[in-house]
Design a protein around this ligand. Structure first.
Ligand code: GTP
Ligand code: MG
Length: 196
């Protein structure tokens, strides 16, 4: 596709609106459960293996991290939710931090809700999907780690999930950060919502 990544760099990390960069370009955020693969997904999108720190242990990303992509948009890596082993103070800080973010970013165009294809849409995910439009943001549902299922299982899962959320199966984006599939479909959707 025509969109090629010529520049992807870390801009800043913040927990409060005072620390966010000026809202001078369209922005897309990546939310989802802890350890689901949000940071890996961003690396895969920008084709930089180590731009965003990832980890086998849940709770790796604990602040809101802004990345400049092609000087055209910000990609924002959010800390994950829903993992029991994350310390209480981190859990308690999550809600206000995310709400502060969602309500203070006039340039935010899309929220990629990253889910595990095997687990599907869980309660916290559903809440985020429902909350996004309240802040005027379009949710994009992406199911990652799709490489962990066989081709047949993947398509079966696609149909099941589409039925669950009353969507067209073709609308669901199946993704794999390790194998790189789903990338073009996701970029297309992000760029469309960002008006690029
Ligand atoms: N097989 C496979 N593994 C993946 C994929 N995406 C992420 N992983 C692995 O899942 C683990 C978690 O990945 P991260 O990208 O750090 O997850 P995160 O959602 O950013 O996690 P937090 O920052 O803790 O919220 C790492 O061990 C990754 O290598 C994928 O598409 N396929
Ligand atoms: Mg992370």
């Amino acid at each position: 596709m025509a969109w090629r990544i010529h520049n992807a760099e870390f801009v800043t990390s913040a927990v409060k609106p005072e620390g966010f960069p000026p809202p001078d370009r369209p922005e897309v955020a990546f939310g989802g459960r802890s350890n689901v693969g949000k940071s890996s997904l961003i690396n895969s999108l920008v084709q930089r293996k180590k731009l965003v720190k990832t980890s086998k242990r849940p709770g790796r990303t604990q602040t809101i991290n802004f990345f400049n992509v092609n000087d055209a948009l910000y990609a924002v890596d959010l800390p994950g939710y829903g993992f029991a082993r994350v310390p209480d103070e981190v859990k308690d800080a999550w809600g206000p931090m995310i709400e502060g973010y969602l309500s203070q970013r006039p340039n935010l165009r899309a929220m990629v809700v990253v889910m595990d294809l095997r687990r599907g849409v869980e309660e916290d995910d559903f809440e985020l999907i429902m909350a996004a439009p309240i802040f005027g943001i379009q949710p994009i549902m992406v199911f990652t780690k799709a490489d962990k299922l066989s081709r047949n299982k993947r398509q079966q899962r696609r149909r099941e999930l589409a039925r669950d959320i009353e969507a067209d199966p073709g609308e669901l984006i199946l993704f794999s950060s390790t194998e790189g599939f789903g990338r073009d479909q996701l970029w297309k959707r992000i760029l469309y919502l960002c008006g690029i």
